[in-house]
Design a protein around this ligand. Structure first.
Ligand SMILES: Nc1ncnc2c1ncn2[C@@H]1O[C@H](COP(=O)(O)OP(=O)(O)OP(=O)(O)O)[C@@H](O)[C@H]1O
Length: 256
């Protein structure tokens, strides 16, 4: 069965302050990657926390069918802040994530999955380091391992590559793309780098000042007009290497 996610009129309030309202999407399907973009403080993380069930608010979040909804393990959320306060090793933390809500007995299959994900993310060399000993980028990779190992059907990744070097960004985004396609995962990721969005996403949702201003195929949403109106920069989209589109920034626009 293909996992699906659809938002209707979804909003978020912190106390009396409404920070997001009226987010309505088409049906987002397993196998596809949707990038959520927009300026700082636009409401992207709040939207992720709302979808993950960590915040209440108006609107409807329809996830898959009844079978999926009754198994919360199928929706996994990786927050933006990956700081930790624990004495676990990398391996233990990923194994624990795998067993979350799934009984205590560790099977060969569990160990195999942990090994595979550590290998895919190229972090086996740090398997037995304590989480508190890791660099920011290493912590981010381990957080990613903790959600991927749970075999999610819907995966919410809030800026999963923000602490990674260029090589790791490219590798991780390629892995995300492959996992979506091969395992039919519906992946939603917040990301600021528009060139990476052009490489990885099928669809882009733009959030600005608490509202969704567009949601559609990548190349029809990432345009010079978007650069001007949302980011206040002058820029172009050009086909460069291998004919793939790139954002080229010419300069900032002045203050409005
Ligand atoms: N726990 C909270 N309590 C009150 N207001 C909050 C809380 N978390 C976020 N906000 C506010 O909600 C708004 C949206 O914040 P959010 O973190 O969703 O933005 P974002 O688009 O993810 O930003 P960034 O790109 O900077 O990570 C901001 O004005 C922020 O100050």
């Amino acid at each position: 069965m293909v996992a699906t996610l659809q938002l209707t009129d979804v909003g978020v309030r912190y106390g009396k302050q409404e920070v997001l309202s009226g987010v309505t999407t088409p049906v987002l399907k397993g196998g596809e990657v949707t990038a959520v973009i927009g300026p700082n403080a636009a409401g992207k993380s709040s939207l992720f926390r709302r979808i993950a069930g960590l915040l209440d608010g108006p609107g409807t979040i329809r996830i898959g069918d009844g079978a999926l909804r009754s198994d919360p393990g199928h929706v996994c959320y990786m927050p933006q802040d990956t700081s930790v306060n624990t004495v676990l090793t990398v391996y233990e933390s990923v194994l624990l994530a795998r067993k979350q809500g799934a009984g205590r007995k560790v099977t060969d299959d569990d160990l195999h999955e942990v090994d595979r994900i550590l290998y895919d993310l190229q972090i086996e060399p740090i398997s037995f380091k304590g989480l508190h000993e890791l660099s920011g980028g290493q912590r981010q990779l381990v957080s990613l391992a903790q959600v991927l190992v749970r075999d999610p059907k819907i995966l919410l990744l809030d800026e999963p590559t923000s602490a990674l070097d260029l090589h790791r960004q490219v590798e991780v985004l390629a892995l995300i793309r492959t996992l979506a396609r091969d395992r039919g995962i519906c992946i939603i990721l917040a990301i600021h780098d528009l060139n990476q969005v052009l490489r990885v996403a099928d669809r882009v949702m733009v959030i600005d000042a608490g509202t969704m201003v567009s949601c559609g195929p990548v190349e029809s949403v990432i345009t010079p007009a978007l650069l001007q109106t949302i980011y206040r920069v002058e820029g172009r989209i050009e086909r460069c290497s291998r004919q793939s589109p790139h954002v080229i920034i010419d300069g900032p626009l002045g203050r409005a």
